[in-house]
Design a protein around this ligand. Structure first.
Ligand SMILES: [Zn+2]
Length: 296
């Protein structure tokens, strides 16, 4: 009897971190995609969250089994906010379009053969399953260190896990997916005397070209969306010089997602093949104050 109870407890513990609910639907789709495209995709876990659940990602590459530091790498992260339901859908559509490119003659264009991709469709797993913006009551996209933020961040294990993953290799470009404000924005996102980075001309050139695909507004996050402190999008630019774009979907309709996937492709094609080297904070911090109230 004791052994039966013990083995029951062991199996409960083992199951505790397994994907459930809507997240399981996403993981099942990733598994299905990988099984039919084994030569260009590989599922891996970047690590676990506070619930012990694996945060799964897919690597797309001509050599997907292992990361290759000689290749240029880009990352797409969706669903910091669990109530932005069309964000993971967009990540999955972008993933599918990448797979299509890698399995066609397009792989010989735009340096794709020498590029590899990490797609994280759902970062905030409990929020996604519960249709909540927050993860265990905490906003994941206010949980990073960064300019004007003395906090080390990482209250949530999911955020610590992602920050650790970003140390494992050089990433050049990053896109995050949110909803719904019809915008594509770039650093800075914190409240500063002047929100423009030293890369503003480069950001404007590539993002305006991408916006021809979906008609979104573009500019700095602080101006076009609202100032916020502790965001991923500022963090990756400030810490690593990654070219960083925050996409707020319009409606998340099929057409909106299709056009935005095209915009993402144009944007990644247009950025430099190396991270920025002039990404240090170049202005004075202001209090974000009451401006950081909206829910996108
Ligand atoms: Zn969001």
């Amino acid at each position: 009897m004791k052994i039966a109870i013990l083995s029951f407890l062991v199996s409960v513990v083992a199951l505790a971190g397994n994907p459930t609910g809507n997240y399981k639907v996403i993981v099942d789709s990733l598994t299905k995609l990988e099984s039919s495209h084994t030569s260009v995709t590989k599922i891996f876990s970047i690590g676990t969250n506070d619930d012990g659940t694996d945060i799964f990602a897919v690597r797309v590459s001509l050599t997907p089994e292992n990361p290759d530091p000689r290749k240029v790498a880009h990352i797409v992260v969706a669903t910091h906010h669990g109530d932005e339901r069309r964000a993971p859908t967009t990540a999955m559509k972008f993933l599918q379009s990448l797979v299509d490119s890698y399995e066609s003659h397009l792989v010989f264009r735009n340096g794709l053969a020498d590029t590899e991709w990490t797609i994280v469709p759902v970062l905030n797993i409990p929020g996604y399953n519960a249709r909540l913006r927050e993860e265990h009551g905490w906003d994941p996209n206010r949980d990073y260190p960064g300019p004007c933020n003395a906090s080390p961040g990482g209250h949530l294990k999911s955020i610590r896990t992602l920050m650790e993953h970003l140390k494992t290799r050089v990433y050049t470009g990053s896109i995050t997916l949110h909803g719904y404000a019809s915008s594509m924005t770039y650093p800075w996102g914190v409240a500063l005397d002047d929100p423009h980075t030293l890369d503003d001309n480069a950001y404007t050139a590539v993002t305006s070209k991408a916006a021809e695909k979906n008609g979104y507004r573009y500019g700095t996050m602080a101006k076009v969306v609202y100032p916020a402190r502790g965001t991923y999008e500022d963090f990756v630019y400030w810490k690593y010089g990654m070219w960083s774009l925050l996409i707020e979907l319009a409606s998340g309709s099929t057409t909106d997602i299709q056009q935005t996937v095209e915009a993402m492709t144009v944007w990644f094609d247009g950025i430099d093949r190396t991270p920025s080297t002039q990404n240090a904070l170049n202005s004075h911090c202001r209090e974000a104050g009451r401006l950081d109230l909206r829910n996108e």
